[in-house]
Ligand binder design. Structure first.
Ligand SMILES: Nc1ncnc2c1ncn2[C@@H]1O[C@H](COP(=O)(O)OS(=O)(=O)O)[C@@H](OP(=O)(O)O)[C@H]1O
Ligand SMILES: Nc1ncnc2c1ncn2[C@@H]1O[C@H](COP(=O)(O)OP(=O)(O)O)[C@@H](O)[C@H]1O
Length: 222
């Protein structure tokens, strides 16, 4: 097994600066956090679509593409030989599994960012310490924490997957906001009042922030 002394960082021939020059904008990680049903995926995808339309380069990491593959729990991911990798490496919703979920996602988002992309992540990420670890592992200014601040009552009313109903009935244990904690960010870069505004309006709030921080130029024709 490799240990630290046998692993070296490889410098790439195409530098991040060169990629950013070609892209016409900087890379960063936009980290959406909030309760289930708060609108994280919707806003991240709306923002991704707007950025793409302006000719910028972005990519979304969310539960569907991560908890069904990289971090798939038991029963979801099997390799071609029937070996249940998820049984050994998959993640559930204990505090430790959520910690590892966020650690892996943070690392992947960091790689996207180094490749010059605007990485959009949409995970509950309920623990402050886990989000702060991702922040610490990125250069200053490149972790943009966006609190999708939708009241629990609104999320529960939306309940698109019926999970709150199941959690209230005791059919799902440790459900965030019901019988598991959600630690709201104390000083996020942005707070979106996502129970009160449309996804498009919220996505434009994030774009305003990116322009203000010179991560992207003002999109032409906006
Ligand atoms: N116990 C429990 N608590 C919270 N959420 C649960 C749970 N069990 C399943 N789900 C579904 O999983 C989605 C959250 O996954 P995340 O990877 O974002 O969670 S975490 O960041 O590791 O806490 C979440 O999806 P979103 O609604 O998109 O947030 C739920 O659909
Ligand atoms: N700003 C918004 N206003 C009204 N409904 C919204 C808004 N954002 C999301 N929704 C709806 O709320 C539900 C949950 O949104 P979703 O993006 O899946 O949340 P999350 O990813 O945080 O679990 C979906 O049915 C979605 O259409």
């Amino acid at each position: 097994m490799a240990n630290d002394s046998n692993v070296t960082w490889h410098e790439h021939q195409v530098t991040r600066e060169a990629r950013e020059r070609l892209n016409g904008h900087k890379g960063c990680v936009i980290w959406f956090t909030g309760l289930s049903g708060s609108g994280k995926s919707t806003v991240a995808n709306t923002l991704d679509h707007l950025l793409w339309g302006y000719g910028f380069h972005s990519a979304v990491l969310d539960g569907d593409n991560v908890r069904h593959a990289l971090n798939a729990g038991p029963g979801i991911l099997r390799d071609a030989h029937g070996d249940d990798f998820a049984q050994r490496f998959g993640l559930g919703f204990s505090a430790t599994d959520r910690e590892e979920n966020i650690r892996r996602i943070g690392a992947v988002a960091g790689l996207f960012c180094q490749a010059g992309l605007i990485a959009l992540t949409a995970f509950i990420s309920p623990y402050r310490v886990d989000r702060d670890r991702v922040r610490r592992n990125l250069p200053d200014g490149e972790f943009i924490e966006v609190f999708v601040d939708t009241p629990l009552a609104v999320c529960e009313e939306r309940d698109p997957k019926g999970l709150y109903k199941k959690a209230r009935a005791g059919e799902i244990k440790h459900f965030t906001g019901i019988d598991d904690p959600y630690e709201a960010p104390q000083v996020p870069e942005l707070t979106l009042l996502a129970g009160e505004r449309t996804p498009e309006a919220l996505a434009h709030e994030v774009i305003d922030y990116l322009v203000e921080r010179t991560i992207i130029p003002q999109p032409a024709g906006r």
